[in-house]
Structures are given as C-alpha cells and as structure tokens.
Design a protein around this ligand. Structure first.
Ligand SMILES: C[S@@+](CC[C@H](N)C(=O)[O-])C[C@H]1O[C@@H](n2cnc3c(N)ncnc32)[C@H](O)[C@@H]1O
Length: 251
C-alpha cells in the first residue's frame, strides 16, 4: 500500500467522507481508478452473468415452446432484474409479470441470516418508484402486478387462488435470506408446470454452504416434497437455477 493510501486510511472517517468524493474525481488517484474498475469491470461482470441466465431461459423457453404464464419475482428492489427479465422475454413470449416485495427493504434479520451486508430496511424501493421504473422502461401497465408486503404475511391461500390457474414459466428468487425464502417455496408449488425454471439469485451467498440462505430453504423444501423432480439448469458465480420436471409416478 502506498504512503498516500496509508495516510488516507489513517485519517478520521469524517475527513475521509469529505476527501473521498474529491479524490474520486481526480484522474490517476487510487480512488478514481478504483471507482472506474468497479463500474467497468466488477459491476459489469455481475450484469453479464445475469444476462447469461436470462438469455439461457429465453432459449430454453423458445426451444420448448409453448411456455406460457407468469414471470414471478420475489425480491424486486430497484427493478434491475425485472427490467432484464422483460428485455429478454418481450419479443418472444407474452408473459405476465408479478413482483413480490415488501417495498420497505429487508425485514428484521434473524440469527440464521445475520451477515455484515444484510441490515433491516436496506434495499428499499417504494412500490410507486418500482412502478415508475418498470413502466418507464416500457412494460405495459396491464402486464405488471405488484404484491406489497413481507412474505410471511402476503403469500396467502387467497392470493394464490386469485393468481391460479395460470402457471409460472419462471420464478426468480432474489430475497437474499433463508427466512424470506422459506414461505415462498410452498406458495409457488401449485404454480409449477413441467419446464418452470426456478432461479436462486443468491445461491452462493453464505459461502455456498448447504445450511444457510436460499440453498437451505430449497433443500428443506425438496426433503418435504420428495415427489417433485428438478433438473439442474444454468449456474453462474452467483445464481443457481433448476428446471421442474413434474412429479414422480407413484410406485
Ligand atoms: C437484493 S434485493 C433485490 C434486487 C432486485 N432483484 C433488483 O434487481 O434490484 C432484495 C429484495 O428482497 C426484498 N425482501 C427480502 N426479504 C423479504 C421478505 N421477507 N418479504 C418481502 N420482501 C423481501 C427486499 O425488500 C429487497 O427489495
């Protein structure tokens, strides 16, 4: 680490908060190079991985057509994923898009989900802001539905009845936490059709271990529902996805 950087990190946080944006705008400083690398390389890599998932889904659904029904997204925040889903499906399919979110950010974080980056209220986009972003991006308002609230309260039998009998083509789960994923899986069970793709956006969170996060929720769901068959689909450095193959024949 250069003497300048050591000096910078030695300064009190308040001073760094003032100096940081100034240094970021001066070419050839570490801060400026860091900001450019994060934007041009690091963040772009993440977006490219996600695009790979959505393009893979588009090709899968087109090759196996007709694949009709809902695009469900659990964990919608600033609609980056919802817009990408729409961009990769609008020209080939006529899906209906349902966004499930508290629109108040993350819930209280229980012990099993505690990790430095997850904080109650973080990742908040209001329902109005979300509609503005998605419709402003070109999605016809009649194609979008939002379900506002925390999943342990909103994913009711009544909601399910109001959305059935239409099935889901894609279920995109991006709510980060084990505790948030647990109520989603039994809710979506009745929406599965042969070919439904379930994507877990945070498959490799919590070091990718099987006992936490979305992985644990999916493992427990499969243990409780051994008759449901899934095939591994596309995995990236962050996401994991699976194709629903139907139910095992009774012996
Ligand atoms: C990582 S963000 C989603 C990012 C989003 N896909 C995007 O493209 O911007 C996680 C989202 O999950 C939502 N969330 C997490 N747990 C939830 C719960 N139990 N009930 C409702 N929403 C939840 C948060 O409000 C937040 O919007």
């Amino acid at each position: 680490m250069s003497v300048f950087r050591r000096f910078y990190y030695w300064l009190p946080r308040l001073i760094r908060n003032i100096l940081g944006p100034i240094l970021t705008s001066i070419p050839f400083t570490f801060r400026c190079q860091q900001k450019r690398w994060i934007k041009d390389k690091y963040a772009r890599f993440g977006l490219d991985q996600k695009r790979h998932i959505f393009m893979s889904i588009a090709r899968f659904c087109n090759i196996n057509r007709p694949m009709t029904g809902y695009y469900f997204e659990f964990g919608c925040h600033s609609a980056g994923t919802m817009r990408m889903a729409f961009d990769h499906s609008r020209y080939l399919f006529d899906w209906d898009y349902v966004a499930f979110d508290s629109f108040e950010g993350l819930p209280e974080i229980p012990d099993i989900d505690k990790q430095e980056i997850w904080v109650k209220g973080k990742l908040k986009t209001t329902e109005e802001e979300f509609w503005g972003i998605v419709v402003g991006h070109g999605m016809p308002p009649g194609k979008l539905k939002t379900v506002k609230g925390f999943y342990d309260k909103t994913l009711t039998k009544e909601l399910k009845a109001s959305l059935l009998p239409k099935k889901a083509v894609v279920v995109y789960i991006d709510c980060d936490l084990y505790s948030s994923t647990v109520p989603i899986l039994p809710f979506i069970k009745d929406f599965l059709q042969v070919g439904t793709i379930i994507v877990f956006d945070d498959w490799y969170s919590f070091y990718g271990g099987p006992n936490r996060g979305e992985r644990r929720a999916f493992r427990e769901f499969r243990e409780k529902n051994p008759e449901l068959m899934f095939e591994e689909f596309v995995h990236t450095n962050e996401q994991g996805s699976f194709i629903f193959l139907g139910k095992k024949e009774a012996p």
